[in-house]
Ligand binder design. Sequence first.
Ligand code: KL2
Length: 603
Amino acid sequence: MHLPHRVRFIPLTAPIKLISKATKFSFYLNTGVRSSMMEGQQTVSYLEPNNDEASHTNLNMECGDKAIIKDSIGSFTKSVQNESLCQCKEKHTTESDNEAILETLPWSGLHSYTRQDDSAVKEWVLHKEKPSEEDSWHLLDLEQSLPQPAMYSEFLWRDWENLCETEDISDKQFDFSVLSYNILSQDLADQNPELYQHCDPSILHWDYRWPNILQELQHWEADIICLQEVQQDHYKEHVEPSLSAIGYSCHFKRRTGRKTDGCCTCYKTQRFMLLSESHVEFFRPGIDVLNRDNVGLVLLLKPLLPDAQQGRHNPIPLCVANTHLLYNPRRGDIKLAQLALLLAEVDKISLTAHGSHYPVILCGDLNATPDSPLYHLLRYGYLNYRGMPSWKVSGQEQYCTLSNPRILPPLLWPDYLGVTDNCQYAKLHKPKNLDKPIYTRQQLLELRYCECALQRPPHLVFIKGVTDNEPDDFAKASHPVSPTNFPESPSTFLRLPFTLRHSLHLKSAYSHFLPSKGCAEVTTLPMGIGSTVDYIFYSVESSAQGKSRQVIPVHRDSQLKLLGHLRLLCEDDLWVAQGLPNPFCCSDHLCLLARFSMDLTTP
Ligand code: KL2
């Protein structure tokens, strides 16, 4: 299955709701196309009657009245020149005072807004019947008078990028796609209205956003969908019913406390079977650094092979983790502790009987940028945070007011949490013979005669009778033991201060840079500042390379090969669209989508 190369999203032709007593209403200049191919183009405009008389629910505008027609590029005044606009009122006013439904299918409006060189649109235009004379009430003759604004939806087009030369999937591969998407919980949007002042309220409604988000999910047909900020009631009423109807099994973990949203992971039941499901609550009573309500959800999925492959391969399970880490840019200490807990769970779930790991996908909204120490820990498996202020951890310092910065303590959480500095459960990785002494008495005695013990330190002050001793004959005669003969010290639950590590070898499916545009990728645009905080990480093979001290970990695709991803956008693209959400992208984040193949020959 191949994804189309060029894709764009358009909102559904949804009925428009009047927000209040008609101070404002919205209508769509659109093609009305709602095909699964999503061809065609549409523009959303806002139309505001600018005189009081005109401002009532039934849009009772008179000929000659002026209306301000706003679109995302700017606003311009348009006289209502004919009855067509007014006629909408009769046909489409509902009983309810504050809700009028208006559906327009402006043939001529389409012309003025579509790109004539777009083949998909041309085709649609050619095949679409012109509305009949009787239907002329829904013709808005805007063609002549409107300027021709650039279609910002074009800037939102997202290309599919192949990242692997060999296109054909051999029968030794199992290929699958993963989508990660923070869909903006309605409660959070309502609680932080200042973040969405740039949006027309009508596009912020869940009723508007969900059909579009669902359309997007349906379009991409990802085998695994990881959603964040899924509101529990919306999960029950919309997300789970809609996605299970199209072949997904859905799993939800709500944030703790009073938070109404959580993470939701769905997989296609035709492609995977659930082996285990773990809910990770980052809230741990009594531990200050774990006093927030964020959660993670970790599934272990068994790939289901098509008939042709069955019997020949026994695929290994895939571990899929989904999370939404704390937002607070000042509390990097909390973010690191939350991540460590998630990594410990992933380590546990993906651990094989031989002590290695099954392939891992870790995705979600980490509320940390690619140049942040938190990202460094995930990507390179190591972080030294000595002297680091807490606000620095997530790379979001532009949102911090920095008074009295908190410096990260040597150990972020207490030992009794049972998580090591290697982000693993101590219990799972406990040395088997912890109760036994590590070295025998004989081995310790022999240390007296090891080579370094017999050497006089060069700067040792010579004091007669005190430091003038020579090794005695017995020592000289014995065979000095080399320290390498000692059994390796098994790891104990000793934590190195200021240090975090993990052994999952993760790499991001995105490079966080768009070479074609020469700018950074962004996944969200809070307060107008573009940044990447959403990720799809996947496990890679690690081999240390380098001379003696300077060991540089080199990561290669192995069990999982990244085949491609849906290209992200840059800040400028989103600026043109007046930020996020906009009528085309119905969350304040963009979705990430990557395609992998899993090697079925790995034992
Ligand atoms: O950054 V986010 O949005 O991943 O898109 O994650 C959090 C923020 C989400 C869950 O807590 O709610 C948003 N200022 C800006 N955004 C906030 C704030 C805030 N004070 N509080 C929560 N969020």
